[in-house]
Ligand binder design. Structure first.
Ligand SMILES: NC(=O)c1ccc[n+]([C@@H]2O[C@H](COP(=O)([O-])OP(=O)(O)OC[C@H]3O[C@@H](n4cnc5c(N)ncnc54)[C@H](OP(=O)(O)O)[C@@H]3O)[C@@H](O)[C@H]2O)c1
Length: 230
């Protein structure tokens, strides 16, 4: 197979993207016209159909905790203006050396911001080893909610905890992005699952298959009252 890039895109196009020039709260975000990135060697350009919002996007936007700035995100200001990692979309252009993906393929996974072309935009750059083909039973919106949170839950349960059938698993934060996947994955592994969440989320965690749900709201209220001397 040739190493030449396969392109369906014209050069020097612009796109709408959510960008920022400094770290901070959501006030730093702006909708701007920026140039559509071109895929480098080993990258693909995706037409973004849906972007997922995982907690990591907040960390990258805020530049917190500070130690993450040293990991290539930019010390005083963001190294790259783009934001957003979780993505689902259609391959638009394929960079040199990419095999196995072609324009028109529907995929989901993670992209930027290391490359500077992240998912809160009309187009994003991604590496093929961070992408999987879209399952037929998922919408783009559903698929974009999966990558970071589900991968974190899977790695924790399968690779770290090595959960096996018959074990008991306690999931604190069972109603969160990671926790909702953790409940379902632990159940799929055959574990007995107890989820911890606040009162409004008890029904959700139960519906995900938890065998037992502990409502943490009364404990949190008691802790807050104790701290404030109530
Ligand atoms: N290392 C990685 O690659 C990686 C990737 C993803 C996430 N993370 C980390 O994993 C953690 C969870 O991420 P996430 O995406 O699931 O976050 P999330 O969607 O914001 O969920 C947070 C969860 O924490 C619960 N919670 C909040 N305050 C609590 C309290 N005082 N006591 C007990 N539970 C409380 C919430 O429960 P209620 O809403 O029911 O109150 C919710 O279930 C975060 O610290 C995140 O930074 C790490």
């Amino acid at each position: 197979m040739s190493d030449a890039p396969i392109t369906a895109a014209a050069p020097n196009r612009t796109m709408k993207a959510i960008v920022r020039d400094r770290y901070g709260s959501a006030d730093v975000l702006e909708l701007r016209d920026v140039e559509v990135p071109r895929p480098g060697e080993g990258e693909v350009l995706l037409a973004v159909r849906a972007a997922g919002l995982d907690r990591g996007a907040w960390h990258v936007m805020a530049g917190m905790p500070y130690v993450m700035r040293l990991a290539g995100f930019g010390v005083r200001k963001p190294e790259h203006v783009g934001l957003g990692s979780d993505v689902a979309g259609v391959v638009e252009e394929v960079g040199a050396g990419v095999t196995g993906l072609r324009p028109g393929d529907a995929v989901f996974g993670t992209c930027g911001p290391a490359s500077g072309a992240a998912s809160f935009a009309e187009y994003a750059l991604a590496r093929p080893d961070r992408l999987a083909r879209m399952p037929e039973n998922l919408s783009f919106e559903q698929a974009a909610a999966v990558p970071v949170s589900a991968q974190t839950a899977l790695q924790a349960l399968r690779d770290r905890a090595r959960v096996r059938a018959g074990q008991s698993v306690l999931i604190i934060g069972a109603s969160g992005g990671v926790g909702t996947f953790a409940v379902q994955i632990a159940k799929a592994f055959g574990a007995h699952v107890t989820g911890v969440c606040s009162t409004p989320k008890v029904e959700l965690v139960t519906s995900l298959g938890a065998d037992r749900v502990i409502d943490s709201s009364p404990m949190r209220t008691a802790r807050t009252s104790t701290r404030s001397g109530g």
